[in-house]
Design a protein. Sequence first.
Length: 222
Amino acid sequence: WQVGQCDVPEGADMKHYPPNAVVAERPQLSVKSEALYRSMESVGRDVLKAIALHLGLDEDYFEAYVPGGNSILRLIHYPPILQEPQSSVRAGQHEDINLITLLVGASASGLEVMDTAGNWTPVTALPNQLVVNVGDMLQRLTNQELKSTTHRVVNPPRELWGKPRFSMPFFCHPVPHMSLDALEQCVPAGEAPKEAPITAGAYLAERLREIGLVGDTSSEKE
């Protein structure tokens, strides 16, 4: 289950904003999900203000791009493990495509992040805390100064196999026309940016095509 942008900008290209599904049998699900979406988007904007200051940008740099972006709040259910699993990993290692990902504490442990030495470290958000992952878009924008977080979800101890796991990540995306060209202050003098210029919309389409979630969108202009 997921919720997309609840406040689509006026005049936006609606191909970037599919309508949110409504579960007629649970009318409060949409109401509460959209309220949580707006709250998480607000927190994401605050986190990006801190990141902007760290990068030497104006505090409101991301404010031109994140409000009205096609961010996603996703509700993920990992079913109980009822038989010997083929792997110890529930979700294989990967990096998120977006700018940043906000994670509240899941209903069970399992999230692990890879450190710079290649070691896996268990991570969870305590009450009133969030885990913040850097995504590929922010890595690209900062010329890899901020590294995208490699992470995975592993199976719980055997005695907890019978319990499901619920997680609610918020994937903070900018508006499709945002440029992901490397920031000037992140490119050393005399060097070229590490990656080619691209917009957030084109990069998202490229990545989704790579992992087989969409068909050929090579004509995508944003």
